[in-house]
Design a protein around this ligand. Sequence first.
Ligand SMILES: *Cc1c(COP(=O)(O)O)cnc(C)c1O
Length: 239
Amino acid sequence: MTDRKDELAGNLAKVEERIEAACAAAGRGREEVTLIVVTKTHPASDVRMLAELGVRHVAENRDQDAAPKAAECADLPLGWHFVGQLQTNKVRSVVGYADFVQSVDRSKLVTALSKEAVRAGREVGCLIQVALDAGVSGRGERGGVGPGGIDELAGRVADAPGLRLDGLMTVAPLTGEYAGREQAAFERLMDLSTDLRRAHPAANMVSAGMSADLEQAVAAGATHVRVGTAVLGVRPRLG
Ligand SMILES: *Cc1c(COP(=O)(O)O)cnc(C)c1O
């Protein structure tokens, strides 16, 4: 193995141990939690090594970075998740490679995603990004819709051709009542997921937790954790 592949294998093993320990502590089965490795800013060669090491899901947050990487890695058995703030003018490109868009946070984006998914003959899994720090505007600093906006948006996704409503995603807020209280934030997301599943039983993905707080996410009931730095190391530049 190359040095880089050794490094990735070692980091992956440590993250795997953390997920296993968190599942055990929560009385959950390891298979209840899917690891998504966030490869943003890292090269396609890393994505290829990760796939060889058994990773099956990767995530990206900027189309400019992700599109060429996904093209280079099109032969790999990977699910691609888009997790960044998404402008409608990038939707056509993103729909070309993303199996999941986890950052759906406004109806204009739903319309654009649906149109391009139909055009491409693809079905895109959509997660509503929930901003637990949303102010009166009902929107978060870093994207996301406030809890009060989930229902309407979920209905729009569920009705949109080419889209599938898969669940909810959040990033632990840095401000507001949940600042520094990651587990409480993730438990709130779980409650919102329970509400959502009353109307949309199949929308059971709960994406929460990153390198620093994956344990809290697993404890709260997350089905997907998105881990970047702990697997790939510090990012070359701000993602
Ligand atoms: C970058 C990013 C992650 C991964 O963060 P790390 O702290 O590097 O693990 C997870 N989710 C989103 C939305 C991100 O942008």
